[in-house]
Every structure is written in structure tokens, then in C-alpha cells.
Ligand binder design. Sequence first.
Ligand SMILES: Cc1cc2nc3c(=O)[nH]c(=O)nc-3n(C[C@H](O)[C@H](O)[C@H](O)COP(=O)(O)O)c2cc1C
Length: 282
Amino acid sequence: MTPKTTQIFYFSISGNSLALAWDISKRIDAELISIPSVLDKKTITPDADAVGIVFPVYYASNGYGIPLIIERFINKLEGIDSKYVFAVCTHSGMAGSTIEKLQKLIKARGGELAAGFSLNMGSTDMPKEKQQKLLQNQKTKAETISAYVLAQKKGKYETRGILRKIAYALPLHLFIKPVFSRRYRKLSNIKQHLPFIELVQFADRSYQVDPQKCKGCGICAKVCPVDNIKMVDNRPEWQNHCETCYGCFLWCPNEAISGEIVSYNDRRHHPDVGLSDVIKGD
Ligand SMILES: Cc1cc2nc3c(=O)[nH]c(=O)nc-3n(C[C@H](O)[C@H](O)[C@H](O)COP(=O)(O)O)c2cc1C
């Protein structure tokens, strides 16, 4: 078998990042590797000349952008100094400075982010026509990214410009951050003033299971990318290190999981992606 020269590591819950990663991998003949499936390794050493990372944006509106699982993954990367590293984030309209933050994380591992792209996949409540348009955009974007990567070009970073950064800084500190933190403190029933990103991991305290609807199938536990769900007496119990990806809520076949924060999202997923594709990504 010819060795692959590109490996694409991906994380995806509602399927947007996976569908895009699929599309790119077909065009450039890359090997696809799910991030949750390698995360228990002590170190992760990619075995290819080029390395891609495809993931969703989380909490850019609150000054973050990179999901915790992606940060943990990057902090385990070894031997990327001589590789061509590219990244793509999918989002619903606000990627903020995610790519710039990623650049710093990769640099701290001794590598260089050659290019960082972002793709708006829209929000869950958008009309059908808009959804079709965004799916078409996905194909165009996959084509653009693939050509860029195959040519091993460098220097494209789809991130927030300086003017937007300035315009956003004040409302972020005065309003958005405190509002988000208050909301998650209440949801998590935590009195301490923990940093937001620590607080969100306790948001699972607000999830509820409808005993009439839950059949004890354990799909929620299988779909959880960070093994945060234990099945106890055929019911899910969350372990308070939640990624807040809402995979348990989204993929429960009986719609048995609810709660203020999960219900704020909806159960839609990418039309090309099914449950078996997101279970640990294998
Ligand atoms: C916890 C959480 C936080 C999110 N934060 C943002 C955000 O700040 N900005 C944004 O544009 N989209 C945000 N999104 C939407 C996702 O980035 C978007 O739907 C993405 O395409 C999902 O990727 P996936 O389908 O591969 O899981 C968030 C989604 C979740 C679950």
C-alpha cells in the first residue's frame, strides 16, 4: 500500500467538520483520523508530510474558539516541526480569532500553521434554501482548500481583522463574558468564580433524562467524545468533564435528553453524516 502523505485529524459532532474533512480528504487522498480515537495516547506523532486539523468553533463569541478537546489534542502533538500543517474550522457565523489562536498553539508545539481556513455552515434554524447554499459553499471551499494544500502554499489565515478585533474587545469584556459566565455558573450550580472554560465542563449538571423516553441504549455514552457519560442502571450519568458538544442530546434516538443549555441547540446534523460516523469517529 502506498503510504499517505497527508493525514487529516478531525473532531465533529453534528457532522459539518466531518463532511468537509471527507470532501478534502477525497480530493487530496488524505488519511482521515478522528481526534477522540487518538486522544488517550500520551503523545501523537503524525505519520505524514502534511497534517490537517478540522474542527468546529466553540465559544468564539465568548473569546475562546478552540474546543477543549482540540487544545488537548494539539498539546500532545509531537514531531510537527518539519511538516506542512493546515487547519479548517467550521462555525455558524462567528469564528472570531480561532485560527489565530490555533497558530499560537501550533507554534508552542514547535510547528508552524501554514494556512488556516474557516467555513460558515450556518445556524440550525436557517431556512432550507440557505442550507442548500451553504452546502454548495462547502464543496467550493473544499476545492479551494484542497488546491491550496496540494500546492503546499502558505500564508492564508482566515481570522478576524484588526478593526473588528478593536470593535469587539470592549463589549466582550464588559458584557458578553460576564453574561456567559453568570449563565454557566447558574446552570452548573457552582458558586466559585471559575474561569469560563473550566465552568462549562460542569454544564452537564443541568442535563436531564426523561425516564419514559430513555431506553438505556447507551448511544449517548458511545457518542460522547470525552467519555463523560457512564451508564448506571441503564441511565446516563454525566461525570462533569463535559465538552458541551451536545452530542448526547443531538444523537439520542429517543430524544430523551433535555435541559436549558442543550435545548438551546437543536437536533439537526449534516445531511451526509449519520450516527455511526460520529461514534468515536471510527
Ligand atoms: C458549545 C458550542 C459552542 C459554539 N460556539 C460557536 C461560536 O462561538 N461561533 C460560531 O460561529 N459557532 C459556534 N458553534 C457552532 C459550531 O461551531 C458549528 O455548528 C460547527 O459547524 C459544528 O461542527 P460539527 O458539525 O463538526 O460538530 C458552537 C457550537 C457548540 C456546540
